[in-house]
Design a protein around this ligand. Structure first.
Ligand SMILES: Cc1cc2nc3c(=O)[nH]c(=O)nc-3n(C[C@H](O)[C@H](O)[C@H](O)COP(=O)(O)OP(=O)(O)OC[C@H]3O[C@@H](n4cnc5c(N)ncnc54)[C@H](O)[C@@H]3O)c2cc1C
Length: 410
């Protein structure tokens, strides 16, 4: 590849260098496929459109070095009149987004992938309904084309390739988030806050995530079109909450982020001829709390491996493509399906309902709450909750629990 113009051919094209695209690139290149990643931005991991809360075990699974994430051992939940404080050492973390994504990029390059920065993919190339490559503009604005047997759409919320090829519609329901990254010298660096209620985050929630060295991300996310509220107008209210006065004393913003996250049911099929979806473009995140980074990494890894295989097959690729669906749904189908099921309900909770939820959560073990936050919706979890809080079965939540149990077994 000369300077930043793309090669004339390759085995796997990846659109987007976020966590999905970069893990896909490493997997495809490691499997021997000539892999090119197009990224429209000038830099990997910029601009930031995420809060970066994640899980230490998953970062270890991808060998992300420890200095690129900050452990958070405690969570405090606020509803309009209730408060709950739990601790779970060693489980969760907040990522140095630019650091982690650039690390993933370095790994992809080391595996043999080429990353074309400031290259924007404009449209898919189609041949009898099959995606055969992409049309793009390079860093000088020059239009060009690249063909490959397989393209992975890892373009995030915009799902550029799948949408423009007519293979997947635009997202209709989505979380809209706005966030400050503050320097807050008095903020407890082991703590995350989750804040629910109509005055601070209608049809959504607000958060504070410590990210080390005096920094904290403070954000508000709401679900559109469930509400028309603009999360940007609620940020100052959160920052001025009396309960946070000490923690945010002397704080001031260093960065400002906004972003969109699909809040739609998980896609049943994650491929079309010549195309795989990975990450947000395939709605592969958890809508329960708006978490997508680790899911994007797992999706990217699976999609990259499958794409490398498909690129060498002249026939029989449908079976391999189906394997991607099967593998994904086996590992995450139940949890993401239930995430969406719960998301639709909690997005409509009243203030009273949130108060009741916090009272219920206070009767659960920290481990159970952690499992809920991780969206690991096993039948054992629901049985355990019903055992600890038998009243839940008599308070209108019976059908919810029953339905969740049915889904978790299915
Ligand atoms: C406000 C907010 C807060 C969030 N907080 C968290 C959190 O705390 N924890 C968590 O796990 N998840 C969080 N998420 C979700 C998380 O950010 C996403 O799930 C994750 O970024 C998905 O990764 P991805 O690789 O699929 O897409 P993205 O990270 O969106 O990456 C897509 C890449 O494709 C590039 N691209 C797009 N179109 C083109 C094109 N036409 N040509 C070339 N390149 C293109 C983009 O520039 C981008 O780099 C949050 C989301 C929002 C909106």
């Amino acid at each position: 590849m000369t300077e930043s113009s793309a090669p004339s051919s390759c085995d796997v094209i990846i659109v987007g260098a976020g966590p999905a695209g970069l893990t896909a690139a490493t997997a495809a290149a490691t499997a021997g496929a000539k892999t090119v990643v197009f990224e429209r931005q000038n830099e990997i991991g910029y601009p930031i459109h995420t809060s970066g809360a994640s899980w230490i075990s998953d970062m270890r699974e991808f060998d992300v070095p420890e200095h690129l994430y900050h452990p958070v051992d405690r969570a405090v939940f606020f509803s309009p009149t209730e408060e709950l404080d739990i601790s779970y050492p060693g489980a969760s973390c907040v990522l140095d987004i630019r650091g982690v994504y650039q690390y993933l990029a370095e790994r992809a390059i080391a595996a043999g992938a080429t990353i074309a920065l400031r290259h924007r993919v404009d449209q898919p190339l189609l041949d009898s309904g099959r995606v055969t490559g992409v049309g793009f503009r390079d860093h000088t604005g020059q239009a060009n084309e690249l063909r490959a047997p397989v393209t992975i759409d890892a373009s995030g919320y915009s799902r550029t390739v799948s949408n423009r090829s007519g293979l997947a519609p635009e997202f209709h329901r989505y979380a809209f988030g706005a966030e400050y990254d503050l320097y807050a010298p008095n903020y407890p660096q082991d703590t995350a806050y989750f804040i629910m209620g109509s005055q601070l985050a209608p049809n959504g929630y607000a958060w504070l995530f410590a990210r080390g060295k005096g920094r904290v991300r403070v954000g508000v996310g709401v679900i559109h079109p469930d509400t028309k509220s603009d999360p940007r107008t609620y940020l100052q209210r959160v920052i001025r909450m009396p309960q946070l006065a000490n923690q945010l004393r002397g704080a001031s913003p260093v960065e400002y982020h906004t972003g969109l996250f699909p809040s739609e049911p998980p896609a049943k099929r994650l491929w079309a001829p010549g195309l795989l979806l990975a990450g947000d473009s395939g709605a592969q995140g958890s809508t329960f709390i708006g978490e997508g980074i680790r899911f994007a990494m797992y999706a990217g890894r699976m999609a990259g491996e499958v794409a490398a295989k498909v690129s060498t097959q002249s026939e029989g690729s449908v079976k391999t493509l189906n394997d991607y669906d099967r593998q994904w749904h086996k590992q995450f189908g139940r949890d993401l399906d239930l995430s969406y099921f719960f998301n639709q309900r909690i997005a409509a909770f009243s203030d009273d309902r949130w108060d009741a939820v916090l009272k219920t959560l206070s009767q659960l073990s920290n481990k159970q709450i952690l499992q809920l936050l991780r969206c690991e919706f096993t039948p054992q979890l629901f049985m355990g909750i019903a055992t600890r809080v038998p009243s839940i079965l008599a308070k209108g939540s019976r059908s919810l629990i029953k339905s969740a149990l049915r889904r978790s077994k299915g």
